[in-house]
Design a protein around this ligand. Structure first.
Ligand SMILES: [Zn+2]
Length: 266
């Protein structure tokens, strides 16, 4: 009996999980039993809550890609102003140094990273030299951290990618700087404030996974306007969303979808 009891308990838990997933699949209108290959990506960080997200991904053994706003780790301007006695700049310097540590940890824990420009502007609307500077400046700042070959880039708002037919210069410039652009097949739409309540984002995510069936999904761990606040709703709730997503998703690394992308050990 002693040996059978843990075994029975194991099958009971297994069965319970399957039953839960059936409920989840019914609730989110995702019939069948198939699990779809999905890669999680997070834009606009590093933010103050990114370490909590890294804890979760580690616990769940999920690989992800983080697209970094390079200004977040550009600490020298804050340091210069801090040295003149600007207390707000000294505080910003502390945040910036924390972001750098978070980025180092992200890489150490096996996630891939890419550039998300210098400071998140609509690149196709900028004069050429400013657009190029967004790409070159971010490449320079993130060079010590890139852990793929080629290095990756995701355009803010997808601007320059959605409209690549009318504005080809943005993707061409990325290519000239050796970047590979990584778009997304699915979006959590977690930037929409109206969706930041209840399980609306999870509903969107489950619908995206179960209708599109494979690819990279876009989330946010940071916020492009409120530097130190972070995309709190996603980061507060993603731990609850992962078990439901797991019922329909098989989490894969980025190069499952982009076979040419080589991961470099740092
Ligand atoms: Zn963004």
């Amino acid at each position: 009996m002693k040996t059978i009891l843990p075994l029975l308990l194991f099958f009971f838990i297994l069965d319970l999980t399957a039953a839960d997933c059936n409920t989840i699949r019914t609730r989110y209108e995702c019939p069948g039993h198939e699990k779809y290959p999905i890669h999680l990506s997070f834009d606009d960080g590093p933010a103050d809550r990114t370490p909590a997200l890294l804890d979760l991904l580690k616990k769940e053994h999920i690989p992800a890609t983080f697209f970094i706003i390079a200004e977040r780790i550009d600490c020298q301007p804050h340091r210069n102003r801090c040295q003149t006695g600007d207390q707000a700049a000294c505080q910003s310097l502390q945040y910036c140094l924390e972001h750098k540590k978070t980025l180092q940890r992200t890489i150490r824990e096996g996630h891939t990273i890419g550039s998300h420009s210098y400071n998140h502007l609509h690149l196709s609307t900028l004069p050429y030299t400013e657009m190029e500077a967004q790409i070159s400046h971010s490449k320079q700042l993130l060079a010590p951290y890139f852990n793929t070959s080629p290095p990756l880039f995701r355009l803010p708002y997808g601007d320059g990618w959605f409209n690549r037919a009318e504005k080809p210069a943005v993707l061409e410039t990325l290519h000239n700087y050796g970047f590979q652009h990584i778009a997304w097949e699915m979006s959590a739409f977690d930037w929409r404030e109206a969706d930041q309540q209840g399980d609306k984002i999870l509903q969107t995510v489950m619908h995206e996974i179960c209708t599109k069936k494979r690819g990279v999904i876009l989330f946010h761990d940071g916020d492009s306007e409120q530097e130190h606040i972070g995309r709190t709703f996603t980061l507060k709730h993603i731990a609850e969303w992962i078990p439901a997503m797991r019922c329909v998703a098989d989490f894969k690394p980025l190069n499952y979808f982009y076979k040419n992308v080589k991961v470099i050990k740092r």
